[in-house]
Ligand binder design. Structure first.
Ligand code: C2G
Length: 131
């Protein structure tokens, strides 16, 4: 059983999120997703997500490519999360390229190319411009 782990906020869930999750799942037998808490997102980005934590967790857990979810409470605890979930592979988008190479002694680390031309920030900007 090869376990893949990934992390993210997945706010205003979009096709780029689905693409990376499906590709991550295809690298193993099960995919576990650490969903950033609202508090962690505030620390990372200086704002709270549009979709609240419970809803982001519900969306992720409803996907057929996702086998398990947990709350990511700190960026510093990745090593613990990898061990706890017995992950064989850590997958992240290439906007994080190189950032998690320090976990290569615990598991394989793979950066996948982001889906072009879509992001939560751009979606929000588009909605603002249209209203
Ligand atoms: N992503 C993607 N293509 C896009 C947008 C996002 O492949 N067009 C990927 C990101 O690279 C990331 C995942 O989708 O791997 C989740 O993206 P975010 O919710 O923006 O994740 P982020 O807030 O960067 O949180 O511990 C790491 C963090 O929790 C990652």
């Amino acid at each position: 059983m090869r376990t893949v782990i990934t992390f993210g906020t997945f706010d205003v869930f979009h096709i780029g999120h689905l693409n990376i999750l499906k590709r991550a799942r295809s690298l193993g037998d099960r995919l576990i997703v650490g969903v950033s808490t609202d508090a962690l997102n505030y620390k990372k980005k200086g704002r709270y997500p549009i979709y609240k934590e419970e809803d982001r967790l519900a969306i992720l857990s409803g996907l057929s490519c996702v086998n398990g979810i947990f709350r990511e409470e700190s960026l510093e605890w990745k090593g613990q999360y990898i061990r706890e979930h017995k992950a064989d592979v850590l997958v992240m988008g290439d906007d994080w390229s190189g950032k998690f190479d320090c976990y290569r002694d615990l598991c394989e680390v793979v950066y996948l190319k982001r889906t072009a031309d879509i992001s939560t920030t751009e979606i929000l900007a588009g909605i603002r411009a249209a209203s």
